[in-house]
Design a protein around this ligand. Structure first.
Ligand SMILES: [Cu+2]
Length: 211
């Protein structure tokens, strides 16, 4: 079988267009497995197993009539950790303490200039805890060889006030939004429970609360 130069280039163009653009390579991040397939459906899990650098906008574009075969929007938020579930990464839970410095390595496969941040996210509420650990307001990943501090950098684990003591409750999430495409990678971690809790009066309601 012979391909013309034009059709070979056309094919290469299609492949490049379909490929996703990036992920965190270190530390270990969530990846699609059985738990992800159970929450997000087989179509979604198969899509990301084929290209773990892909992104939800491409997944939805490839499935214009909606995700089926097991997709459950209550369990699977495509924009939190790409929808990947904790149980698939339970063997890779990092143990951090406040003040620890964590080194990350990001692979930018295809450039897409945008903004990015690294934040601790409460996975139950999809809310960022505290301030981002690092952020790039603009100019992130403008080339496939971006400034090294965009792909190899460190973040410091903050005080988390008793949060993130249980595996799965929190992630360190790398988030990149470039040219209409959303990329996320999630590191599961825990911090130790505070050694002792201090009770205080809640002045509004007069009951004892713990923090
Ligand atoms: Cu692109």
């Amino acid at each position: 079988m012979h391909f013309s130069l034009a059709s070979t280039l056309g094919l290469a163009g299609l492949v490049a267009q379909a490929a996703g653009h990036g992920l965190v390579q270190k530390p270990a991040t969530r990846a699609p497995g059985d738990a992800t397939a159970a929450a997000c459906g087989k179509t979604m899990a198969t899509f990301y197993k084929a290209d773990n650098t892909s992104y939800p906008e491409a997944l939805l574009r490839a499935n214009p009539s909606g995700l089926k075969d097991g997709y459950d929007a209550k369990k699977c938020n495509l924009y939190l950790c790409r929808g990947y579930q904790f149980a698939d990464n339970a063997a890779n839970v990092q143990k951090y303490k406040p003040g620890d410095v964590v080194d990350l390595e990001v692979w930018i496969r295809i450039a897409h200039e945008g903004h990015a941040n690294v934040s601790i996210v409460d996975t139950a509420s999809n809310a960022v805890i505290g301030a981002p650990l690092l952020s790039w307001a603009k100019g992130y990943a403008a080339s496939t060889k971006p400034p090294v501090d965009q792909t190899k950098f460190s973040v410091k684990v903050p005080e988390l006030g008793g949060k993130c003591t249980e595996a799965g409750a929190c992630v360190v999430q790398w988030y990149w939004f470039g040219q209409g495409q959303t990329y996320e990678s999630c590191i599961d971690f825990t911090v130790p429970a505070p050694a002792h809790a201090h009770g205080r009066r809640d002045n509004v309601r007069g009951r004892r609360v713990w923090q």
